[in-house]
Design a protein around this ligand. Structure first.
Ligand code: FES
Ligand code: FE2
Length: 466
């Protein structure tokens, strides 16, 4: 069967000839123990739940296709153990939390948070069992209301990565967690796909964020030590708006501000969200992120921290809880990535010019996974100058009116200069970096930088169609 006719043309009304099933991309889609990508993902710290989800009882969770139980013991420490008791497999979600550790309900074996068996109360005192075995356990870290875990080889455990965006001065961070019933790559690739923004979020079914996203951006990709950032540049009235998007492999990303209407000059605005895409298993995924709130990046306070938490966030289209008909009429990111199927087949796709970011990300991921298969450990983020890991997400807006020449070229040039400034000062802490970037970029402005953009994009409050 062929999709192409004998004269080398696609066959109209030729659904019959199109392949119906195509294999999924196994190398980077499968996340279970022992799979190539599962091994690779196990080299990194991942957020696994929010602090508020952990109450007085143990909780069964699934991460990277492993069934686990998480609990906070009576001393306040968190344990993350394999779900099935090392004795005869009863689930520790029915265990009794102790001062330090958890006791299995079935025969009372008692586990410390590192998996050590502390007691086997039905066994004779001379029983060797408790010194011979261990319950599977993983280290956890609680940071700003998010619980992170490392599921890899203990001898290769990296430092917990503190990104500069996790310590922005005068910034309120509110976490959220949203489940998507599809493979992790579909969710993750969305953020390396800048060209979906003018279509999905503006032109196709009306503006979901602000009108200024309607323009096709001018995109440039830049390598970073751990992935990429790219510049989305747009002309908005007298301003050039460059939105930076950051993507660290395997699964970290940052957007610019969520609510942006390009009203004033801004230097090195910081991200609207700091986000991980964490596989529950091959066909289920969690977005776990912090929304950032501060006066610099959301001066009109359009974000609403009260709308952010388990299963929800304060911007459009990130979860599946809207009525089906509404989701059909005004689909958002969630509909786009979930509707690709449980695990999409890359062989079914036809990548085009707009997919350069997705292609870059896929290539990088494949290389990293294949390197690990050959025994080359991935580079994990480490602090520059011992202080912080630089990130790039956020917005810079300069007042540079069109000058009658080639405006696309002008926007490209300015975008390149902004990216160069972000890189040049990346080893400085956040506030010093902002100052250095501002000092370098300020002379590029033309005219009154305090002027309010007369053509500024109107902010739309999203209303579903009737
Ligand atoms: S199954 Fe857990 S103690 Fe026996
Ligand atoms: Fe989107």
């Amino acid at each position: 069967m062929s999709e192409i006719s004998s004269n080398n043309q696609p066959i109209k009304f030729g659904g019959y000839y199109q392949p119906k099933e195509r294999e999924v991309e196994d190398l980077t889609a499968r996340v279970g123990p022992g799979t190539p990508c599962g091994e690779y993902l196990r080299r990194f710290w991942h957020p696994i739940m929010l602090r508020t989800q952990l109450d007085a009882l143990p909780r069964a969770i699934r991460i990277l296709s492993e069934d686990l139980v998480i609990y906070r013991d009576l001393s306040g420490d968190i344990g993350l153990l394999h779900k099935h008791c090392a004795h005869r497999g009863a689930s520790l979600e029915f265990g009794i939390i102790a001062d330090h550790g958890i006791r299995c309900c079935y025969h009372g074996w008692m586990y410390a948070n590192d998996g050590t068996i502390l007691e086997t109360p039905g066994e004779p005192a001379s029983s060797p069992h408790k010194d011979r075995y261990c319950q599977g356990a993983y280290p956890v870290i609680e940071y700003k209301d998010v619980i992170f875990a490392y599921l890899g080889p203990p001898e290769l455990k990296p430092e917990f990565p503190i990104l500069d965006a996790m310590v922005i001065p005068d910034d309120k961070m509110v976490p959220y967690l949203i489940h998507s019933p599809c493979n992790w790559q579909q969710v993750s690739e969305n953020s390396m796909d800048p060209f979906h923004v003018p279509f999905l979020h503006t032109r196709v079914a009306g503006p979901q964020f602000s009108e200024v996203f309607e323009q096709l951006p001018i995109i440039e990709y830049h390598d970073t030590p751990y992935g990429f950032f790219y510049t989305n540049a747009r002309r908005v009235g007298d301003y050039i708006w460059v939105r930076m998007h950051d993507h660290m492999v395997p699964n970290f990303s940052q957007n610019g501000a969520i609510f942006e209407n390009v009203g004033k000059v801004r230097y090195f605005g910081r991200p609207g969200l700091t986000r991980w895409v964490v596989p529950t298993d091959d066909t289920n995924t969690m977005v776990i992120a912090w929304r950032h709130y501060n006066d610099r990046d959301d001066p009109q306070h359009q974000g609403d921290p009260h709308e952010v938490g388990v299963g929800k966030t304060d911007f459009f289209g990130q979860s599946g809880d809207r009525p089906y008909e509404e989701r059909q009429r005004t689909p958002g990111d969630y509909e786009a990535w979930c509707s690709q199927g449980p695990i999409t087949s890359h062989k079914r796709e036809h990548l085009a010019t707009t997919d350069r970011g997705v292609a870059l990300l896929r290539r990088k991921l494949r290389e990293e996974v294949q390197n690990l298969q050959k025994g080359v450990e991935p580079t994990r983020p480490t602090a520059l100058n011992g202080s912080h890991i630089p990130t790039y997400g956020g917005d810079t807006i300069l007042r540079i009116p069109a000058n009658g020449g080639d405006d696309v070229k002008l926007v490209e040039e300015v975008s390149g200069k902004i990216a160069a400034a972000y890189i040049a000062f990346q080893d400085l802490p956040d506030t010093e970096r902002r100052t250095a970037i501002a000092n370098r970029l300020a002379p590029l402005n033309v005219g009154d930088t305090q002027a309010i953009n007369p053509n500024q994009g109107k902010i739309f409050e999203f209303k579903p169609l009737a």
